[in-house]
Design a protein around this ligand. Structure first.
Ligand code: PRX
Length: 639
């Protein structure tokens, strides 16, 4: 068992307490969540706790409660006498650049921007697109939307203008909030406003753009259309009453990739989400009142929503937000920030650990990490080498690692160790959190009850942080998550459960890739490749990648008469980066005369995956292929 510094004050002190509470949480879920819901402030306390039917994908929590997320993240702490506590530490791209906001100061900024939005006629229920890098105004804009009941839709700052356009149009956003340009590492001119300009030139919905001045990058501001953030803020009042929201009113929409079609607008509502993100943040990170907490994710992803902003701030935490990258000015930057701000809890992704690990220990050891008490991991399985390095070198064998499994759809962590009580096994996300009932299903949808078990990971019950629908398409919500195995939420992941009941995530079982912790649909990438003029057809699979976890392997067939060459290869790679964003970077392209298809024309990805993984002796049955000779070709020219 790992020694844990905070064992005496830990929220969950023993395995017995965990097991008792877990049992209660499953047996009488409503009673359990009723108690937990008291951790937040309601304008009207809910009497109804859950109203859930997985057969129709109808999910409601605390439906007669009234609440405001921004009030819970700000006002109530000030009312309780903590206005001068630091809420947000912003660490800029350059090591000498930081800013701190107390709860009072943050409320002041949030209220002002909420008033700006109101003065531009943004109301409850309107969708607001936020396209920014990691600057404080991003957090302020989110909470301002929450304050007035506008639904924010944050688009990760690395997405291209094409991806931005699709997301804006899908929601009919009236407003976009952005910055002049973005700063990350050595890049100082990431064209944020320019990308927005490309989108809204022909937009039928966007009426106004608010622009934060982050750099001196020259941009074009159009009269009556573009508004400087600082100018608007100058004349805004710093008092804005929070809108009274029903618990089930939407809080935000966040797009995520699925196995088919365009990315889905995952919709989260207010009451359940804030209860769940706040509770999981406190218990899983064992957050204590004076802790400095840092999650390195980007707020453009769910991890940033739940565990940089809503979870920590609703718990009156001091949360760190970092603008830059792990390797700027050098590979020691994370550890320098830990020393500088005396970070106690550090939450990052295995892909970042792998990239830093390979640069050697000196970058870590140069900085004082004695403030650390707990380390966290998210986004993919943390494998043994990076787990050991994180534990031994970063944490000096003093900090437990919480390997947290969850998804955009789940709103918060569902499976994770608890710092003081769970015996850790590197690579396992260990045990379910309170109120979560995971099961392993076989292909027929039957529960495998005995241990060990291996199969598909599903959840048998609902929890308050669960997504409620796919924006504008409830049928898609039902079809994606509830139709395959009736009565269960299907996660899309495979998992094993060992003899001790520990869960080991084995990865996606659908056509979704996890590249450096970023979720990408194969269909999306194939669609982008298809936009390159010489391409007839493409198929994407993942393959093991040393740093990214999973790399992108593309099989491409060109139009008749076109010969593959370096220019076309580069053209395809650039096309995908242009259509999706630079995080969708193809690692390998194999040109082929055809793809392995069944006689009915379905691409047999299983075979493509095996070839990309170099498992050539294990191709399985290829007798159903329309043209088996294609496989020989593919093997011969494997990259
Ligand atoms: O495959 C699982 C993997 O990431 C997927 C969810 O991706 P996304 O919605 O982008 O959210 C990522 C951050 C919460 C899951 O279906 N995943 C996430 N955490 C883990 C993980 N795989 C293994 N271990 C984890 N701890």
């Amino acid at each position: 068992m790992i020694k844990y510094k905070n064992i005496k004050n830990a929220h969950i002190k023993s395995d017995l307490i965990y097991r008792d509470l877990y049992e209660t949480s499953i047996k009488d879920s409503d009673l359990f969540w009723k108690k937990i819901s008291n951790r937040v402030d309601w304008f009207m306390k809910p009497k109804k706790i859950s109203d859930v039917d997985f057969k129709t994908a109808k999910i409601k929590w605390f439906q007669d409660g009234q609440i405001n997320a921004s009030y819970n993240c700000l006002d109530r702490h000030i009312n309780n006498g903590y206005g001068d506590k630091v809420a947000l530490i912003w660490e800029g791209n350059n090591p000498d650049h930081d800013k701190k906001f107390t709860y009072k100061q943050l409320l002041c900024e949030v209220s002002k921007f909420a008033n700006v939005l109101k003065s531009h006629n943004i109301k409850k229920g309107d969708r607001v697109c936020i396209y920014m890098q990691m600057i404080p105004e991003l957090t302020i804009a989110m909470l301002a939307c929450a304050r007035i009941g506008a639904i924010h839709s944050i688009v990760f700052g690395a997405f291209s203008s094409d991806s931005l356009r699709d997301r804006i149009n899908d929601l009919n956003c009236k407003v976009v909030i952005t910055q002049d340009s973005g700063v990350r590492g050595t890049k100082i001119d990431i064209p944020m406003k320019c990308n927005v300009d490309k989108v809204i030139k022909n937009s039928e919905c966007v009426q106004k753009v608010f622009v934060v001045k982050r750099t001196d990058f020259k941009i074009h501001m159009k009269n009556q259309f573009d508004f400087w953030w600082h100018k608007e803020m100058n004349c805004a009042s710093n008092i804005c009453e929070p809108e009274i929201m029903n618990s089930e009113d939407p809080l935000f929409i966040l797009y995520t990739s699925g196995s088919t079609g365009t990315p889905k607008g995952v919709l989260h509502t207010t009451g359940g989400y804030i209860v769940y993100s706040s509770y999981t943040h406190e218990i899983i990170f064992d957050y204590q009142p004076d802790d400095i907490y840092w999650c390195t994710a980007d707020i453009g992803w769910i991890t940033g929503h739940s565990y940089i902003v809503y979870g920590p701030l609703s718990n009156r935490a001091t949360t760190v937000m970092y603008e830059g990258v792990p390797n700027y000015p050098d590979f020691g930057r994370f550890w320098q920030i830990i020393q500088k701000h005396k970070v106690n809890i550090f939450y990052t992704a295995p892909t970042a650990l792998r990239a830093l690990m390979k640069e050697g220990n000196a970058y870590v050891e140069k900085w004082d990490r004695s403030s650390l008490k707990l380390l966290g991991s998210v986004g993919e399985t943390i494998k043994k080498p990076e787990w050991e390095w994180y534990y031994k070198i970063v944490g000096e064998e003093k900090c437990p690692i919480v390997d947290t499994w969850w998804q955009t759809e789940t709103g918060g962590i569902l499976i994770s160790p608890l710092a003081a009580t769970t015996k850790l096994k590197p690579g396992s996300a260990t045990k379910p959190f309170f109120g979560i009932n995971p099961v392993i299903l076989n292909e027929k949808g039957e529960e495998i009850k005995e241990n060990p078990a291996e199969g598909l990971l599903a959840i048998k019950n609902s929890w308050p942080g669960q997504m409620r629908t796919v924006y504008g398409n409830h049928d898609r919500f039902f079809d994606t998550y509830f139709s395959q195995f009736s009565g269960y939420y299907f996660t899309g992941d495979g998992a094993k459960r060992d003899k001790d009941g520990y869960y080991w995530i084995t990865g996606r079982v659908d056509d979704v890739l996890n590249v450096s912790g970023h979720r990408l649909g194969t269909a999306e990438i194939e669609g982008a490749i298809g936009q390159y003029k010489d391409v007839a057809e493409a198929a994407i699979v993942g393959f093991p990648h040393e740093i990214k976890g999973e790399g992108i392997y593309a099989y491409v067939t060109l139009m008749t008469g076109i010969k593959p060459n370096l220019k076309i290869e580069e053209g395809i790679i650039n096309k995908v980066r242009e259509v999706i964003g630079p995080h969708a970077n193809i690692d390998k392209i194999q040109f082929s005369i055809g793809l392995p298809k069944t006689r009915s024309g379905k691409i047999m990805r299983r075979i493509l995956r095996k070839i990309a993984h170099n498992k050539l002796n294990d191709l399985g049955d290829i007798s159903t292929l329309a043209d088996p000779t294609i496989v020989e070709q593919l093997i011969k020219y494997r990259k």
